[in-house]
Write a protein that binds this ligand. Structure first.
Ligand SMILES: [Zn+2]
Length: 79
């Protein structure tokens, strides 16, 4: 009877530790894939405003494009 109880506890412990090991490995893999947050990720517009452009909505194809950009390819497109 006591050995049965011990066996049950051992099986539960093995499953528990195995699950934790798998979870830890998956966490480590996620951290490896994900680049470190922050550090040079922020967009800083140039002071001359050249890197910031207003977008113009094309009434034909409903896409937002920078003014003066190449045509979207449709013949009716006013851009
Ligand atoms: Zn267009």
């Amino acid at each position: 009877m006591f050995t049965k109880f011990l066996l049950t506890v051992a099986v539960v412990a093995v499953i528990w530790f195995g699950f934790r090991a798998i979870q830890r490995r998956a966490e480590r893999r996620d951290q490896a894939v994900r680049p470190p947050t922050g550090a040079g990720k922020r967009f800083t517009p140039e002071m001359d405003g050249d890197s910031v452009r207003d977008l113009v909505k094309c009434p034909i194809c409903n896409t937002w494009r920078p003014a003066g950009a190449a045509s979207c390819g449709r013949s009716e497109c006013p851009n």
